[in-house]
Design a protein around this ligand. Structure first.
Ligand code: HCA
Ligand code: CU
Length: 380
């Protein structure tokens, strides 16, 4: 199975409310993405603003100088002006999108289905005449009449697109349906490869992406930290881990994910929630006594992915949920040897402080001194 990631942090990701990347930041993010090995980088929609235009130019230049390896894409509406601007920035591939559901045709472009096919054919052929590789994205594909969607894809293919993006623009899909859709399209319209662009409105974007791969999609759109319109799209870190563990696919260097996640967190100003998969602060932190005792004996009890794979480490917190195993381990790590009875006294004290969120090491030592009457000197 040949599957790659298209990272759209610089295009879809910048469509997150409040997010704007500077030219320098765009270049740095693209470098970091190429370093971890994403197959494609959607670097922006150059017709939107001069800085995006400039950013794509700089990224394309680095690609030509051999500093980046990913394929560089630029986004475009199905209009000549946009296509010409993409032509100027000399991206490796143009990604032309057009809303093809009846809702989009009626409300946005005010075209009939037939007229839309002409617009798509014209735009794709025009791009083709510039010699650039083309992805055509059927926007709102998942709310589009299936027979018409087939016509759209055939039109784009016959006009020169070698990739087709199936966009779940509103995030309405679920996995069974996703797999069915891709299996059908791959059979019905061969001669092109398919991308899945899954929005996360129902929290199923990663699952839908995996289902699309099972159905034959070969490129998954993702953004670092799952940024994007509304609640965003497939988060790169989760989908990369899922592809590794379910399909044994290496789509990016997993140990590099934390660094890119922090970089994008900083530049986007959107904090990563602590309970975010893989790169969140709590992704490998355990709490309940039973869990901590389990992972201290064998981490596989409550983890299927060792944190080291992602360059991270395992930890646990101490509060009223804590058990004796965890406490004993914590004091041992602090270089303090407590008798069984003393540990029990410390634990009782912890359990009687139900509203304390965390006991830090200094708090634990203080309690231990109190219950034992000894002066405890932790190992430096
Ligand atoms: C957009 C729409 C899009 C396009 C997806 C794609 C969508 O914001 O321009 O080109 O792959 O969700 O339909 O992001
Ligand atoms: Cu989108």
């Amino acid at each position: 199975m040949k599957v790659g990631i298209l990272d759209s942090t610089l295009r879809e990701g910048e469509q997150t409310p409040g997010v704007v990347f500077s030219v320098e930041q765009r270049v740095e993010i693209a470098k970091a993405l190429s370093e971890i090995g994403v197959a494609m980088i959607e670097a922006g929609h150059p017709a939107v603003s001069p800085d995006i235009y400039e950013g794509i130019k700089r990224i394309v230049k680095l690609k030509r100088e051999g500093e980046l390896t990913s394929e560089i894409l630029a986004h475009s509406r199905a209009v000549k002006r946009d296509i010409e601007i993409v032509n100027e920035v000399e991206a490796d591939r143009i990604a032309i999108f057009y809303g093809v559901s009846d809702i989009h045709l009626k409300a946005k472009t005010k075209t009939t289905r037939e007229e839309a096919l002409n617009v798509i054919a014209e735009a794709v052929s025009y791009a083709k005449s510039h010699g650039v590789k083309i992805r055509f994205t059927a926007e709102d594909a998942t709310r589009t009449d299936l027979d018409y969607l087939v016509k759209v894809i055939k039109t784009a293919r016959d006009s020169g697109a070698d990739r087709i993006g199936i966009a779940d623009t509103v995030g309405i899909l679920y996995p069974t349906k996703t797999k069915e859709l891709f299996s059908f399209l791959v059979k019905e319209v061969p001669g092109v490869e398919y991308d899945i662009h899954a929005h996360n409105d129902l929290g199923m974007a990663v699952a839908n992406a995996l289902a699309a791969v099972e159905g034959g999609a070969t490129i998954i759109h993702a953004t670092v930290n799952g940024l994007g319109e509304r609640v965003g799209i497939v988060p790169l870190q989760a989908v990369a881990a899922a592809l590794k563990y379910h399909f044994n696919l290496d789509v990016v260097k997993l140990e590099g994910l934390s660094k890119v996640a922090s970089l994008v967190e900083k530049y986007s100003g959107i904090p990563m929630p602590p309970n975010f998969p893989i790169t969140g602060d709590y992704a490998f932190v355990h709490k309940a006594g039973i869990h901590v005792a389990g992972v201290l004996t064998d981490p596989r009890t409550y983890e299927f992915m060792p944190p080291e794979v992602f360059g991270r480490s395992r930890d646990y917190v101490i509060d009223k949920y804590t058990g004796k195993h965890a406490l004993k381990d914590r004091f041992e790590r602090l270089g303090v040897k407590l008798e069984e009875r003393e540990l029990e006294l410390v634990l009782a004290k912890i359990k009687s402080s139900q509203t304390t969120r965390y006991f830090r090491d200094v708090d634990l030592l203080e309690i231990a001194e109190e219950v034992t009457g000894k002066v405890l000197k932790p190992r430096p």
